[in-house]
Design a protein around this ligand. Structure first.
Ligand code: ADP
Ligand code: MG
Length: 579
């Protein structure tokens, strides 16, 4: 007995539609993409009952002829692909020719459209797989598509939809993604007759500010890199504004929103040490790449992509984001010129500096700092404390607040430092650059100290032996599984060497990395947290100035080695707003 039937077209369409149309927001996405492909300059989205009752997308694009208006509902009907080879040169948002067929398979669709050349417009209503009405109408150039009663014919799918709030959120997400990737198009979103968004055509920066409303002006760092045929551009958020929730991460490849855990990882990785592990940086990045080096035809929703050379893209993204963060880090927004203690006559603002000059300017910055510290005799000093301290006092004396904070006026701003974090940054950078093969800054112990380890811990000690020495510990092997500590790093206030070395072992043990450079970094971080330049609870003015000055001589003064903010700035407006 033969048991195989060919499914009726309507059933086959419903099954296929399931992949493309999962919820109301999928319809919003597909219809907006069609309007973009039709070269519209204004796209309006109207939603009722979170899209469950109806979704309309109205554009002023090229419209469709009468014949096309019917054909567009056929599966695999598209004006965007002609032959298989075109799949490798896709320049449009759509290409699979299945969105309208899918939408029509799961809702009642009304299409109104008119091309430039036709005198009248045309309306066609599509239900249950066939045209139920068609007639001429008066209509402006463009297309309006309304999908009503979503999943009316698949109750299980309809019941599966989430609450209106959730579905609306998905719709807004799709709307914003499209709006961000096409800032040159005006986008409007109307929900239950109220205007939620009205985004005028503009550039990307203005679009971001309009789309995210308040507070983003000061959060954006430009990213703009070109590597041969591949470019990476857009904006990334300042580390301190990263959030605990995901959602403001946008990656576009050739203007198409893409979900890629891999590239997301590259970006997150670039922020390492600048943000806490659990936080996510804001970014809106556009990768432009030759269409034949990517494959977008992986999934019906077209949100996944395959790069021919994934590793290359990973590294390019990482290096672009790092570069942008570096640029931002060397141009603090404080006006240092107004404070005699800081970078008088030095122009740090390299934000306008051309790309090529970045590295030069980076080393110039270091030189500039060296110049300042020449005056206060810190150059080549093994000690942390200045000998001639008179030159670092001035009329804007810092003030200590509770134990942990230092307040200091710099120009028109009030800076609040967390001095523990600041000290960590200072120590971390000092030892990061110190030479592995040389004892630096060691002070001899009066009585050598011996530490015995178990086998496995001793293996770790052997691994990190040179790194411990490079910090200034004078250590030697002693017996089978012990070391002797003859000297400890100088210039530090009261350190407990045994506790510090135990902590090294613990931290290295808990980290899976086998990389030598990672291990060294773990040790430096742990050390900078345990040691102190100044351990007093009550800091003198000289000590506070010392910490601040040394902090700003660091390459990354803004953050502790763990990515915590070392200081915050309060401008006049912020302070005035407090009253
Ligand atoms: P695809 O976008 O993959 O081609 P769709 O099913 O989304 O497939 O659309 C089918 C065709 O209908 C498109 O190729 C296009 O020719 C036409 N079309 C759809 N929407 C519009 C629109 N808003 N304006 C003009 N033409 C449209
Ligand atoms: Mg389409």
């Amino acid at each position: 007995m033969n048991i195989i039937n060919k499914l009726p077209k309507s059933v086959a369409n419903q099954i296929a539609a399931g992949e493309v149309i999962q919820r109301p927001s999928s319809i919003v996405k597909e219809l907006i993409e069609n309007s973009i492909d039709a070269k519209s300059t204004v796209i309006k989205v109207i939603i009722k009952d979170a899209g469950k009752q109806s979704i309309s997308v109205i554009d002023n694009g090229m419209g469709m002829s009468k014949v096309d208006s019917k054909n567009c509902f056929e599966r695999h009907s598209t004006s965007k692909l002609k032959e298989a080879d075109d799949l490798f040169h896709i320049k449009t948002m759509g290409f699979r020719g299945e969105a309208l067929a899918s939408i029509a398979a799961v809702s009642e669709v009304t299409l109104k459209t008119k091309t430039e050349n036709e005198k009248t417009g045309y309306q066609i209503i599509f239900k249950d797989g066939s045209v139920t009405k068609e007639n001429d109408i008066s209509f402006e150039k463009g297309t309006s598509i309304t999908a009503k009663n979503l999943f009316y014919n698949i109750p299980a799918r309809r019941n599966f939809l989430k609450s209106n709030n959730v579905e609306i959120r998905h719709i807004i997400d799709e709307f914003i993604r499209s709006a961000l990737s096409h800032p040159n198009i005006k986008f409007i979103l109307i929900n239950e007759e109220a205007e939620m968004y009205n985004l005028d055509a503009s550039n990307l920066k203005k679009r971001i500010l309009a789309a995210f409303k308040k507070g983003y002006e000061n959060n954006l760092i430009t990213c703009d890199e070109k590597y041969g045929a591949i470019s990476i551009s857009g904006y990334i958020g300042k580390p301190e504004n990263s959030k605990r929730t995901r959602g403001e991460q946008f990656l576009f490849v050739n203007n198409r929103f893409i979900k890629s855990a891999y590239i997301n990882h590259a970006i997150k990785n670039s922020y390492e040490g600048l943000i806490e592990e659990k936080k996510f940086p804001f970014y809106i990045l556009f990768i432009k790449i030759n269409t034949d080096l990517v494959d977008i035809n992986i999934h019906p929703t077209k949100t996944e992509i395959k790069f021919e050379d994934e590793k290359l893209i990973y590294n390019l993204v990482k290096s672009s984001v790092k570069k942008s963060l570096d640029k931002f880090n060397v141009s603090p927004s404080i006006n240092f010129d107004t404070d005699i203690n800081f970078t008088k006559n030095i122009n740090f603002d390299i934000s306008q500096t051309k790309k090529k000059e970045i590295t030069e300017s980076h080393s110039q910055k270091k030189k500039d700092w060296e110049k300042i510290f020449e005056n206060v005799k810190v150059e080549n000093s093994d000690k942390f404390l200045f000998e001639d301290t008179s030159s670092i006092e001035n009329e804007n004396n810092p003030v200590q607040f509770l134990e942990n904070f230092i307040f200091k006026q710099v120009g028109e701003k009030l800076l609040i430092f967390n001095h523990k974090f600041c000290q960590q940054r200072i120590l971390y950078e000092k030892y990061k650059t110190s030479n592995i093969n040389k004892y630096t800054n060691t002070q001899q112990n009066l009585f050598p100290q011996y530490i015995e380890f178990n086998e496995s811990d001793f293996k770790i000690i052997q691994d990190i032996f040179d790194d411990i020495k490079s910090i200034g510990f004078n250590i030697d092997y002693f017996g089978k599984s012990s070391i002797v500590i003859n000297g400890i790093p100088s210039g530090l206030d009261d350190i407990n060497e045994k506790e510090i070395i135990d902590d090294f072992i613990e931290k290295v043990k808990n980290n899976n990395s086998d990389l030598k450079s990672d291990k060294r970094d773990i040790i430096l971080k742990s050390f900078s947290k345990k040691a102190r330049i100044i351990n007093n609870k009550k800091l003198s003015i000289i000590e506070m100035n010392l910490i601040i000055d040394r902090l700003f001589a660091c390459e990354k003064p803004k953050y502790s080695p763990d990515g915590k903010q070392n200081f915050i700035e309060l401008g006049i407006d912020k302070v005035e707003n407090l009253f």
